[in-house]
Design a protein around this ligand. Structure first.
Ligand code: 5GP
Length: 249
């Protein structure tokens, strides 16, 4: 049986046969209909500690796909160009095919996670200014932090591209912080990835509880992947709660 995927012009039986371009820890990228598009699939796999801890959380893929969908639409409406084109089904989105910049951009509003550990700043300490960090996107090397001169020296990005990425990351932070604030959630920190499309830097990858820290404003409860990393339980309940609040926002 073939089922038409809403608005995609494709049928369900066709999608799984598409050429797998890349399989990451929680997402897969398939070839699209042409060389300008790809299909990004959000899987149920969860990993932490660079793959040391693994689990399958049924429904996580669909939750992250829908959360990313809502956030990409919101960012596009507010002038941020992203790779998102449209949803194909619950877990798959059609995206623009970018040349990924192999640099992860981390944005921090409050000390937590790696920042707290590295610099001895207690989790929850508000930061006097937004912190931007760059890391090499490399599981093999454990995503080490890099400075701008290191990035330009080995040609991962030009200084102009870095300036664009920094500017976009700060604008994205302001937009997302305000949106999540309305949802009763503090946006603690998050990771972004960018790619080039027609020579322009655009936002790629995902924005979801897998790549952000979300704290409930009223209770301080963690509503993100730290529930999995730190064995806090009810991971999917937290992801569902983020989606529910975004839908109501
Ligand atoms: P930290 O450096 O504190 O571990 O992470 C900072 C923020 O970036 C957190 O919200 C974390 O989820 C996100 N982050 C950092 N590295 C990665 C990564 O390799 N993959 C994903 N999905 N998120 C990351």
């Amino acid at each position: 049986m073939e089922r038409e995927l809403p608005g995609s012009g494709m049928t369900e039986s066709i999608l799984p046969e598409r050429k797998l371009l890349y399989k990451g820890k929680s997402k897969s990228m398939y070839a699209g209909n042409d060389d300008r598009t790809c299909i990004l699939e959000f899987r149920d796999s969860a990993t932490a500690g660079n793959g040391a801890k693994k689990a399958e959380l049924e429904g996580k893929g669909a939750l992250n796909a829908e959360i990313s969908h809502i956030l990409y639409k919101y960012l596009e409406e507010n002038g941020i160009e992203t790779h998102f084109i449209k949803m194909l089904d619950d877990t798959r989105m059609l995206v623009r095919k970018v040349d990924i910049v192999n640099v992860e951009v981390i944005v921090r509003n409050i000390a937590a996670g790696g920042f707290s550990k590295k610099y001895g700043v207690p989790e929850g300490t508000p930061l006097k200014n937004t912190v931007l960090e760059f890391c090499l996107k490399s599981d093999g090397y454990g995503d080490p932090m890099m400075n701008e001169s290191q990035i330009t020296a080995i040609g991962l990005a030009s200084q102009e591209q870095l300036e664009t990425m920094k500017d976009m990351a700060l604008r994205i932070n302001s937009l997302l912080y305000a949106l999540f604030d309305r949802c009763g959630i503090t946006l603690v920190d998050f990771k972004l990835e960018f790619g080039t499309y027609d020579g322009r830097i655009i936002l790629a990858d995902e924005i979801s509880p897998d790549s952000c820290r979300f704290w409930d404003k009223a209770t301080g409860d963690k509503l993100d992947k730290d529930r999995f990393r730190r064995d806090l339980g009810d991971v999917l309940g937290a992801y569902r709660e983020v989606l529910r609040r975004l839908r109501d926002a």
